[in-house]
Design a protein around this ligand. Structure first.
Ligand code: T1G
Length: 703
C-alpha cells in the first residue's frame, strides 16, 4: 500500500484505512495506496471491503495543493474505476466530512454507511471547480437532477439524515464503535447476498423536468455567481448526465473540469481558500502559545454592533452579558437582538427553539460589577476616544486579572485606549464589520503591548465564532478602511470627469462587486461619510474632493433613508433609479470647476477605483501594518464583498501585472497630481524587479 494507506483482513472483511492528516486529502500517495489495496483485495479471502479513514474526518477532497501542477498517476478516475469494478462489495464508512473527491470516492463504492454526526458534500464550486470525479454523473442518478443541481451549485455540506433520505448514503451506524459497526454492516450485506450496487447502472429520468429547465437554471445562477463560471459548467454536466450515457457524461465532466482548473477564477478562489487559513497565523508567534480559556463574554454597548457581536457568541453557545448605561438603553439593545433572531426564524434559517436557546445565553446589566468574572470584554460604543478610554479605565478596575479587554473601534488608536489601563498587554482590537452577526471578517488589531497569548486566543475565538480573522497593526482605519478612502474618492471624482453614477457603479458591479461605491454610499447614508469628513483635519483643500457627496447631503439627499441620494429609490421596492436631476447637477458642478467632461471607459473606472486600493495596500505592507498581501485579499473578500473570483485587490494586481498597475498610477499622478496618486515605494520596487505580491509574500515568509 503506502505509508498513508493500510489494508488488513478482519473476519473475512478487508479493511482499507487511510491516514493522511490533517484531512485525509487525496494526495498521490493516498490514491496509489487505495488502488493497490483494492487490487490486493480482489485475490484474497475477503468477502467485502471497507474503506475508512483515521483521524478527524473521512477524505475531505482532492489535494488542492496539487492543482495547477502536472498530474501524477494514478489519477482519481483510475482509482474509482477499480473500486466500482471490484468483484466484491466495497463499503465506505464515513465520519467527519466526506467532501469533494472524498465523497466521490464513496459514490464509486457499492454502499455507504456513516455515523450520525457525519456530513457529505461537493464544495468544489467554492473553489471555482466542479466535482471532477463522477459526482456530476452519479449524484443525479441517486438523488435526482434538481437536488443534485442545488447540492453542487451551492456546495454546502449535507447532514447524513438528509443524505439518507435522498439515497446518498445507505445506512447510519452508531459512531461509538464506527469500525466494528462498519464491519457488522459489511457482514450483514454479505450474509444477505446484497448485489454489487453500482450507481452508474441507474438510469436518469429527466422527463419530469420543465422544458428549458437547464437554461433557466443557468440564468438564475448567473445572477448569484458574480463573475464565477463553475455554476454554469455544473449545469452543463448535469444536462449531460440526463442526455448522454454515463461514460460520455463522464467525458464531458472531465473536459469541463479541465477548463475550470485552468481558469483564473478558480486560481483566485483557491488563492483565497489557502489565504484565509494563512491569515489566522501570526508570524513569529510560537505554535504552542498558550490560549486563555474564554467561557463567558461581556459586550459594552447594545447598539447595532454590540447586539450583532453578542449574537456571534450566543450562536456558538458562549454566554454573553450585554452592559448598557441604563435600563432603557439595555432594553433597546436586547430588543435589537431579539428582532434580528426573529427575522432569521421568519426566513426559515433558524428554528424557533434554537433562537430561544441562544437568547437564553444573552443577559443584560447596567452594573460593571456584574461583569467582573468574564473572560473577555468587547467594547462596542460610539466612536469617541475619550469615552472609550473612560470605559477601559473602568474595565481595568473591575475585570478579573487575565480578562481580555477588546475594543471594536473602527478608527480609534488602540494603543491610546490600552494606555487608559494598567494592563495594556491584555488590550486588543477586535474590529467587526456591520452587520456583525453576518459579516465574516474580523480584523484583529495588535497594539504595541498586546501580549502574544492574547493575540493567539483572539484568533482562536474568531474561528470559534465562525469569523475569518486577519491581523492588523495600529493605524488610521487599520487595513480595510484605510485602503477604502481612495476607492470612494475616485468614484466621486469620476462623476465630475464625465461619468454618471450608474456608469461608475455598473462598471464595478460588472467586475463582480456586490454593490458599486455610490449605491453603497446611498445605502450606508451619505451623511455618515459627510460627518466623518467634518472631523478630519488633514483633507486636501481641493474643491473637487467629495464634491458631489457633500452637495447631496447639503441638499438633504442622504440616500435610501431619505428616498434619494445619487439615485432615486422606489419607496416600495427600494429599487434604485438614475436621477436626471443629479446628472445635471454633476454637469453644472463640473462646469463651475472648469472640468472638461469626457467619455470614460469602464477600464479607466476600474483602474481609478481599484488601483488606490492596491497602492495603499502596498504602503500597508511596507509599514508592517498587514502581515501579507494575501491577508489584505482576505480582508477585502470577507469585509468588503470584493469578488472571490478575482481573489482580492492584491491578487488582482498580480493578475493585471504589478508593473502595469504601477505605470498606470504614474500616469494618474501626472494627470491628477501627487496628492492622490503617489506610487508606493514597494509597488515601484516590485514593478522594477518584475515581481508579484505573491512572490513578495513567499520571500517574506521564507517559503
Ligand atoms: N487539500 C489540501 N489541503 C487541505 C484541504 C484539501 N482539500 N482541505 C483542507 N486542507 C488543509 C488546510 O489548508 C489546512 O492547512 C488544514 O488542512 C486544516 O484545514 C476531484 C476537484 C475539511 C471542512 O473543498 O472545507 O475534491 O492551514 O483549517 O476548519 O471533484 O478544510 O493547517 O496548513 O480548513 O477543520 C474539495 C476543503 C477539493 C474541502 C476542515 N474539498 N477543506 O475544516 O480545518 S477539490 C474541499 C475544507 C475536489 C474533486 C475535486 C476544510 C474541512 P493548514 P482547515 P477545518
Amino acid at each position: 500500500m503506502s505509508e498513508v494507506v493500510s489494508y488488513e483482513l478482519k473476519d473475512n472483511i478487508g479493511v482499507i484505512s487511510v491516514n493522511n492528516p490533517p484531512v485525509n486529502a487525496l494526495a498521490q500517495s493516498v490514491r496509489s495506496g487505495i488502488l493497490q489495496a483494492v487490487q490486493a483485495s480482489q485475490n484474497d479471502e475477503s468477502k467485502a471491503i471497507i474503506l475508512r479513514c483515521e483521524g478527524r474526518t473521512f477524505i475531505a477532497g482532492a489535494d488542492i495543493t496539487e492543482f495547477g501542477k502536472p498530474p501524477k498517476e494514478p489519477g482519481l478516475t483510475e482509482v474509482l474505476a477499480a473500486i466500482e469494478n471490484s468483484s466484491k462489495p466495497v463499503i465506505a464508512a464515513i465520519h467527519g466530512t466526506a467532501l469533494g473527491g472524498g465523497f466521490e470516492v464513496t459514490l464509486a463504492c457499492h454502499y455507504r454507511c456513516a455515523i450520525e454526526t457525519a456530513k457529505v458534500g461537493l464544495p468544489e464550486v467554492k473553489l471555482g471547480l466542479l466535482p471532477g470525479a463522477g459526482g456530476t454523473q452519479r449524484v443525479p442518478r441517486i438523488a435526482g437532477v434538481k437536488f443534485a443541481l442545488e447540492m453542487m451549485t451551492k456546495g454546502n455540506p449535507i447532514a447524513v439524515g438528509k443524505a439518507l433520505d435522498v439515497g446518498l448514503i445507505d445506512q447510519i451506524i452508531d459512531g461509538n464503535e464506527i469500525n466494528q459497526n462498519a464491519v457488522e454492516y459489511a457482514k450483514n450485506l454479505v450474509e444477505s447476498s446484497a448485489p454489487l450496487k453500482r450507481i452508474r447502472d441507474i438510469e436518469i429520468n429527466g422527463s419530469d423536468l420543465e422544458s428549458g429547465f437547464f437554461d433557466q437554471a443557468r440564468k438564475q445562477l448567473a445572477k448569484r455567481a458574480r463573475g464565477q463560471i463553475a455554476q454554469d459548467r455544473i449545469v452543463s454536466c448535469i444536462e449531460a448526465a440526463v442526455n448522454l450515457p454515463i461514460d460520455k457524461g463522464l467525458e464531458r465532466e472531465r473536459e469541463l473540469f479541465r477548463e475550470l482548473v485552468m481558469s483564473p477564477e478558480s486560481a483566485s478562489m483557491r488563492h483565497i481558500f489557502f489565504s484565509e487559513r494563512q491569515a489566522a497565523k501570526i508570524e513569529g508567534l510560537a505554535k504552542a502559545t498558550p490560549l486563555r480559556s474564554i467561557n463567558k463574554v461581556a459586550i459594552i454597548g447594545g447598539g447595532t454592533m454590540g447586539g450583532g457581536i453578542a449574537m456571534c457568541f450566543a450562536n456558538v453557545g458562549i454566554p454573553v452579558v450585554m452592559l448598557e448605561v441604563n435600563d432603557e438603553a439595555l432594553e433597546r439593545g436586547l430588543g435589537i437582538v431579539k428582532k434580528n433572531y426573529n427575522i432569521t426564524v421568519q426566513k426559515g434559517r433558524l428554528a424557533a427553539d434554537q433562537m430561544d436557546k441562544r437568547l437564553e445565553l444573552i443577559s443584560g446589566t447596567t452594573n460593571y460589577e456584574h461583569i467582573a468574572d468574564v473572560d473577555m470584554v468587547i467594547e462596542a460604543v460610539f466612536e469617541n476616544l475619550d469615552l472609550k478610554k473612560e470605559i477601559f479605565t473602568k474595565l481595568d478596575g473591575v475585570c478579573k486579572p487575565g480578562a481580555i479587554l477588546a475594543t471594536n473601534t473602527s478608527y480609534q488608536d488602540v494603543d491610546a485606549i490600552a494606555e487608559a489601563t494598567a494592563r495594556p498587554e491584555d488590550v486588543v482590537g477586535m474590529h467587526f464589520f456591520s452587520p456583525a452577526n453576518v459579516m465574516k471578517l474580523l480584523e484583529v488589531v495588535r497594539g504595541e503591548k498586546t501580549a502574544d497569548d492574547v493575540l493567539a486566543t483572539v484568533m482562536q475565538v474568531g474561528k470559534r465564532i465562525k469569523k475569518v480573522c486577519a491581523l492588523s497593526r495600529v493605524c488610521y482605519g487599520f487595513i480595510g478602511n484605510r485602503m477604502l478612502s481612495g476607492y470612494g474618492r475616485e468614484a466621486q471624482m469620476l462623476l465630475l470627469d464625465g461619468c454618471t453614477p450608474a456608469q461608475v457603479d455598473g462598471a464595478l458591479e460588472n467586475f463582480g462587486m456586490a454593490m458599486g461605491p455610490l449605491a453603497m454610499g446611498d445605502l450606508a447614508g451619505l451623511d455618515v461619510g459627510y460627518k466623518a469628513r467634518q472631523a478630519l483635519t488633514n483633507l486636501p483643500d481641493d474643491p473637487k474632493l467629495y464634491r458631489m457627496g457633500t452637495l447631496l447631503v447639503e441638499m438633504g439627499r442622504y440616500g435610501q433613508k431619505t428616498g434619494s441620494g445619487y439615485y432615486k429609490y422606489d419607496p416600495e421596492t427600494r429599487k434604485r433609479m438614475s436621477d436626471p436631476e443629479v446628472e445635471s447637477l454633476i454637469v453644472e458642478e463640473a462646469e463651475k470647476l472648469e472640468i472638461d467632461r469626457r467619455e470614460i471607459s469602464d477600464e479607466e473606472i476600474l483602474a481609478r477605483c481599484f488601483y488606490p486600493l492596491i497602492n495603499e495596500g502596498a504602503k500597508i505592507l511596507e509599514e508592517g501594518i498587514a502581515q501579507r498581501a494575501s491577508d489584505i485579499d482576505v480582508v477585502y473578500i470577507y469585509g468588503y464583498a470584493f469578488p472571490v473570483a478575482k481573489g482580492g485587490p492584491m491578487h488582482y494586481a498580480d493578475t493585471v501585472g504589478v508593473k502595469k498597475v504601477y505605470e498606470k498610477i504614474c500616469e494618474f499622478r501626472d494627470r491628477y497630481g501627487e496628492e492622490y496618486w503617489s506610487p508606493a515605494p514597494l509597488l515601484k520596487r516590485l514593478a522594477e524587479e518584475e515581481k508579484s505580491f505573491a512572490q513578495w509574500d513567499k520571500e517574506r515568509s521564507g517559503v
